[in-house]
Write a protein that binds this ligand. Structure first.
Ligand code: HEM
Length: 472
């Protein structure tokens, strides 16, 4: 759509469309304190590496025409980093505007560490570089595309070299305090996370060409209205200030414990197949089929995303028969559950849709190529998401939905089976057996994912970053 062209030239890449690379380097840095040197550094990083959304489109076109994946770069700044550079966002920009709000205030102005109580994080157990809560920026460099047979460890040399050069450059005016290598795990062509499930299926559609045709949309289609939710002011405020808030979290996955929980659950629910137990924790089977839509994996490709939980109503006093309220994807995108459970109609559904985030995470850590091993640490997800407001979206999702044992319904919803953090105070209600109206209450599952650190960032526009060149 040509109307988008001026915007694409000003917006960084990876926001509207994923950079799509299978390998990504993340350099987290802290300025040494000299504002002029910091400005020169950011200007130089921008000149060398940062890819606009328009340039990303051209890279995609060249890739489709048979070229190698080229180097992609993005640059994010924390509130602390912006302050040292003398850059400010307009007052109130990115603060919470939606009601209800998170149980305690979360603000972009403060580091993620300060929100530890809200997320039930334990920053004293974070990796050292994140613990100080004093990161100023992050450079993302990404490259490479999976070839068969896929080897997650085959990081392109050109990418490693680029990251080495970038880190050496950063090392002048700043210090690299954390460095993360993302290596996308794959099963065949599918991008999977370490528990073995296809990931990245459900995303809000931001550009018109990504919206499904009207006849394919349902009332609770996650795509309908999302362009509005995310492109509304202040996501794109005016041309030069356009950008997006960005959340990074390093989430370690205990694969051994996941398998253990899956087996225990399968036994506790009367000896159901193990993959069905795992599917109920996620809300989809490993191949992406939503549990509410299938009795057995259907293997539709791409996996179905246009569905609502109305087909598995769980109207009080019954609980859902196929997808428990605490399944990961039902917690993080309830698709009309709030309205259905408590009334409120369209306004409630609209509020729910405005909580959506654009997920751009990548797996980290080495595994057997067939993912047959079961590591208890050292692997996980470099969770990354874009949004118009951190308190309204990511923070609300983690705090008020995933960690909240009373969401969506008090008395047995429990915490999110995959990402829930905090005390396991209530029992979780499962369909027992699967597909029946009978329910089985079981003690809250053990925590399978541990946060190892993270930060809140703003992803500035190209003109915003380039203005530093003029003043550096
Ligand atoms: C969807 C895994 C962390 C939010 C999914 C899916 C999987 C998954 C397998 C289904 C694929 C899809 O629908 O795209 C994980 C794992 C995580 C993790 C293993 C941690 C290691 C998070 C976090 C959040 C989050 C921290 C936000 C707080 C979502 C959302 C969806 C999703 C919004 C889409 C739900 C929908 O629209 O139906 N995740 N996730 N995830 N996840 Fe996660």
């Amino acid at each position: 759509d040509p109307r988008f062209q001026p915007l694409l030239e000003k917006l960084q890449g990876n926001i509207l469309k994923s950079h799509g690379r299978d390998y990504a380097m993340h350099s987290f840095f802290r300025f040494r304190g000299d504002p002029a040197a910091a400005r020169r550094l950011v200007a130089e990083l921008t000149r060398r590496y940062v890819t606009s959304a328009a340039e990303q489109e051209q890279q995609i076109a060249r890739f489709k025409a048979g070229h190698e994946q080229e180097l992609f770069g993005a640059l994010m700044l924390s509130a602390k980093g912006m302050k040292l550079l003398g850059l400010t966002l307009p007052a109130g920009f990115g603060e919470a505007t939606l009601q209800p709000a998170t149980s305690a205030p979360v603000s972009f102005a403060n580091p993620m560490k300060d929100a530890a109580a809200v997320f039930a994080d334990q920053p004293d157990q974070w990796d050292a570089g994140y613990r100080g809560g004093d990161i100023d920026g992050m450079l993302l460099l990404a490259m490479g595309h999976a070839e068969e047979p896929y080897d997650a460890d085959a990081i392109p040399t050109a990418l490693l070299d680029a990251a080495k050069d970038a880190n050496a450059l950063i090392d002048g005016a700043a210090e690299v305090v954390a460095f993360e290598i993302g290596q996308q795990q794959r099963r065949g062509d599918d991008a999977v996370e370490h528990f073995g499930f296809i990931d990245g299926i459900s995303q809000p559609a931001l550009v018109t060409s990504d919206l499904p045709p009207p006849q394919d949309r349902t009332e609770n289609d996650p795509s309908a209205g999302l362009a509005l939710a995310l492109l509304r002011d202040p996501f794109v405020r005016d041309d030069d200030a356009c950008g997006s808030f960005f959340v990074f979290r390093k989430l370690e996955q205990n694969v051994r414990l996941f398998r253990d929980e899956e087996a225990r659950l399968a036994a506790a629910l009367g000896g159901i197949p193990r993959d069905q137990a795992g599917a109920m924790m996620v809300g989809r089977f490993q191949d992406g089929t939503p549990t509410v839509l299938a009795g057995a994996p259907s293997g539709a490709s791409p996996p179905v995303n246009n569905f609502s939980y109305a087909v598995d109503p769980g109207t009080p006093p019954a609980f859902p028969a196929k997808c428990p309220f605490h399944a990961h994807i039902r917690k993080t995108n309830p698709r009309g559950d709030i309205g259905r459970q408590f009334g409120g109609g369209a306004a409630v559904d609209e509020n729910e849709r405005q909580r959506r985030v654009v997920r751009r995470g990548i797996t980290y850590g080495s595994r057997d190529n067939d993912l047959g091993d079961a590591p208890s640490g050292g692997v996980g997800l470099l969770f990354q998401c874009y949004q118009s407001s951190i308190p309204d979206q990511f923070a609300f999702m983690q705090n008020s939905w995933a960690n909240n044992e009373d969401f969506v319904r008090p008395g047995g919803s429990g915490h999110d089976s995959i990402i829930g953090q905090g005390p396991r105070g209530v029992e979780q209600t499962w369909p027992g057996p699967w597909g029946s109206n009978a329910t089985r209450k079981l003690p809250g599952q053990r925590q399978l994912v541990t946060d190892k650190g993270g930060e809140f960032f703003w992803t500035p526009s190209m003109p915003f970053l380039q203005s530093l060149t003029a003043t550096a």
